[in-house]
Design a protein. Structure first.
Length: 195
């Protein structure tokens, strides 16, 4: 079963980021790929301590719920992360989660390599591009495949629900989600085909 794991980095269960992640999941499912959404709103993700124990354990030594997320990332073919923009950057716990997931992957079996995915940034006014760049560094250094869209994956909105007023942003996100699903399927088919 092909699957895309989506993480909502919003502290609000029904915030703009969560709503966009749900829309991505809807588009991906319409294209025949399973999805699962994990919200960080009820988690307290700690920063990486660079202890290196993950190379021995095969998972992170910190016990804050990230290992459950790691297991789900490992079994997925796609991975999308959305974050609201606070003070011009992604939320701290979003970056802490990405850094630890990447660290474990690189210190173990590089399970992120070849996965399809990307980042989505949501802001009331600005900071989108830096936030996207900040999050995309995780995807690129981990040998992941990041499909494009018709614009950068950014949507404007402050109060919950305002993102739906940004028609271009919504269409950009939908196109990105469709590209993720289609690429997951194409890669799966090509990897299953005899050489």
């Amino acid at each position: 079963m092909l699957k895309v794991l989506l993480i909502s980095g919003s502290p609000k269960a029904e915030g703009n980021t969560a709503q966009l992640i749900q829309e991505c999941a809807r588009v991906i499912q319409e294209r025949g790929v399973e999805t699962e959404i994990i919200s960080l709103c009820d988690k307290k993700i700690e920063s990486c301590t660079a202890c290196g124990k993950c190379s021995e354990l095969g998972h992170c030594s910190l016990e804050d719920g990230l290992n459950e997320i790691l297991a789900k990332v490992r079994e997925s073919q796609g991975f999308i992360v959305g974050s609201p923009v606070y003070f011009g950057t992604a939320r701290g716990d979003v970056m802490a989660a990405l850094q630890r997931i990447g660290y474990v992957s690189r210190k173990t079996d590089n399970f992120l390599a070849g996965k399809v995915g990307g980042a989505i940034a949501v802001a009331r006014r600005g900071g989108h591009t830096f936030t996207l760049q900040e999050m995309l560094m995780f995807f690129l250094i981990n040998d992941m495949i990041v499909p494009g869209s018709t614009y950068w994956n950014m949507v404007f909105g402050g109060l919950p629900g305002e993102v739906w007023q940004d028609k271009e942003g919504i269409e950009t996100i939908r196109h990105f989600a469709a590209n993720v699903a289609d690429l997951v399927k194409k890669l799966h088919t090509s990897r299953e085909s005899p050489a």
